[in-house]
Design a protein around this ligand. Structure first.
Ligand SMILES: [Fe+2]
Ligand SMILES: [Fe+2]
Length: 298
């Protein structure tokens, strides 16, 4: 059997020209527990602000190196649009961090480790030009495709997480998450298409998925514990798997069954990201997102 499965054709109507949107958010009035009365769900989602600035800048760094290998004009335009959107996402999440610090929750000890991970461990290695360098580039392109499977999953989740509205989540934070989530849904096929274009090996897809999934679970639970333990308003802040499962059942975090189901989805040889999520729903949100349309008014 061939190692490279025939890539399922994307859902044609789902393709859209990608553009980076200028956004504007103001954090002065956002409370520490922006999901009222639920520090655990708040901080579990806050881990995004710890991981995404360094992670998405790393995407941009890697993709700029891949561009010379892209021989398909439409994919090339998609990758350029993707780079613009991810750079904007990184900057927008970065702006939340000084606000958390002002509220007594200094994220620097954790972000310093995340920066090291993306810049050193996953950065450019001193490799001779040729096969080794191309191998490392393909490996990182495949890792990004696996991570983007989860950013699209989370984007789709947050666009539909009505429980956050019902519980009075801070509108500014909700808009940041939904603007970002909508763009993740909008560009959800780019990383996978790029991986298919430059390599597409099924073995590499599986291997890098396992690495990305293990790393995400490790970093996420560590980030949630970091925030809970350092939250100045909590006497004995803890994060546990039980809390995560419960929050998922309540609809304030993604559900554990949905997360487990996303694994065979990505590993199916018939998988294409356009089969999941709705470009239409993402576009509808982006058309009305306060942050992407001149800034939130409270
Ligand atoms: Fe993003
Ligand atoms: Fe993305």
């Amino acid at each position: 059997m061939s190692n490279k499965p025939p890539a399922p054709a994307p859902v044609a109507s789902e393709h859209t020209a990608l553009q980076a949107r200028n956004v504007s958010f103001g954090w002065e009035d956002t409370p520490l527990h922006w999901l009222p009365g639920d520090p655990f769900a708040t901080h579990t989602i806050n881990v995004l602000h710890l991981l995404l600035p360094a992670g998405e800048r790393w995407f941009v760094h890697v993709y700029k190196q891949v561009l010379p290998y892209v021989r398909d004009e439409r994919l090339r335009e998609d990758v350029i649009g993707f780079i613009g959107q991810e750079a904007m996402h990184a900057a927008a999440h970065d702006e939340v961090l000084p606000h958390l610090k002002r509220l007594g929750l200094d994220p620097t000890p954790y972000t310093a480790q995340v920066d090291w991970l993306f810049e050193k461990l996953l950065g450019d290695r001193t490799l001779p030009p040729g096969r080794a360098r191309v191998w490392w580039l393909k490996e990182r392109v495949a890792l990004i495709a696996a991570i983007e499977h989860y950013t699209a999953f989370l984007g789709d989740w947050v666009l539909n997480a009505e429980e956050l509205d019902r519980r009075g989540a801070d509108p500014m934070m909700l808009d940041l998450l939904r603007w970002h989530g909508a763009e993740e849904v909008e560009h959800r096929s780019v990383a996978f298409d790029l991986f298919q274009h430059v390599d597409g090996s099924y073995r590499r897809r599986v291997r890098t998925w396992a690495t990305a999934f293990a790393a995400l679970v490790f970093l996420w639970q560590r980030g949630a514990r970091f925030f809970m333990e350092n939250d100045p308003t909590l006497a004995d802040g803890r994060a546990s798997v039980g809390q995560f499962v419960r929050a998922g059942r309540q609809g304030v975090l993604p559900s554990t069954p949905a997360m487990l189901k996303s694994i065979p989805t990505y590993l199916s040889r018939r998988y294409h990201p356009s089969q999941e999520g709705s470009t239409e729903q993402a576009a509808a949100y982006l058309a009305t997102s306060p942050g992407a349309n001149g800034g939130v008014r409270r």
